[in-house]
Ligand binder design. Structure first.
Ligand code: SAH
Length: 216
């Protein structure tokens, strides 16, 4: 497929899936514009890279639907100076978006081959402020804590307690909470030593594994 086609696909995706559905943060729109989504998906799926849905990335995992990536990132209210933790690197697409919006990003992936592939793609794009770590993100990553923003892109049975402990004062955490196949996005904020939670739209993510994830 020619480069031009991807440019048109990206423009259509931004207009019809992101802006029309109410995402208006200019910094986020520029970040989405700057990240070539087709470079993150396996060759067989490149023609569908900008479609309005998730796609397989191998090992039974998926890259999230573009709108869901945009919505989750927008709920973090990033201004540019934040230290961010992402759980579930997958192919690294969302980490690449975050890299444009925050000071630095630590992203954890439990499947070593996916972590390796994401590292290569991020390096290829010259993205220097993302560190990919292989490990169980349900425990968070205490070495880098506290974080101004935490994003979990796998379905959880409930908020993993270590992640609340690793959230900085003024911080925000977004994650899908529910059962296998059906969850709702929850947005947690931590202000004046009090946690508040809001519930957002229904979603369907692959399960979070590990100590505070699903035991399957
Ligand atoms: N944000 C990704 C999509 C993530 S899909 C993207 O932009 O492509 C969810 C990912 O979470 C999968 O790659 C899965 O392997 C990973 N995952 C599941 N449980 C995990 C855990 N406990 N720690 C870290 N990663 C986990």
């Amino acid at each position: 497929m020619k480069k031009d086609n991807f440019e048109n696909d990206l423009k259509d995706m931004l207009d019809n899936q992101i802006v029309k559905r109410g995402i208006s943060d200019e910094r986020l729109i520029h970040a989405i514009q700057a990240v070539p989504r087709h470079l993150f998906v396996p060759d067989d799926y490149k023609p569908q890279a900008y479609n309005d849905g998730p796609l397989p990335i191998g090992f039974g995992q998926t890259i999230s639907q573009p709108y869901i990536v945009a919505l989750m990132v927008s709920e973090l209210h990033l201004k540019g100076l934040e230290h961010v933790l992402e759980i579930g690197t997958g192919c690294g697409y969302q980490a690449a978006i975050l890299s444009h919006l925050a000071a630095d990003v630590i992203t954890l992936e439990i499947i070593p081959d996916l972590a390796e592939r994401a590292t290569q793609t991020l390096n290829h794009l010259g993205i220097k402020n993302v560190s990919v770590v292989t490990g169980d993100g349900s425990m968070g990553w205490v070495n880098g804590a506290p974080y101004n923003a935490i994003l979990i892109s796998a379905a959880t049975p409930g908020v993993p307690p270590p992640l609340l402990e690793q959230l900085a004062e003024g911080g925000r955490l977004i994650l899908p909470v529910g059962s296998h196949g059906f969850q709702r996005l929850e947005i947690w904020s931590y202000c004046d030593s009090i946690f508040r939670v809001e519930t957002s739209i229904p979603v369907s993510f692959v399960p979070l594994r590990g100590k505070h994830g699903w035991k399957i």
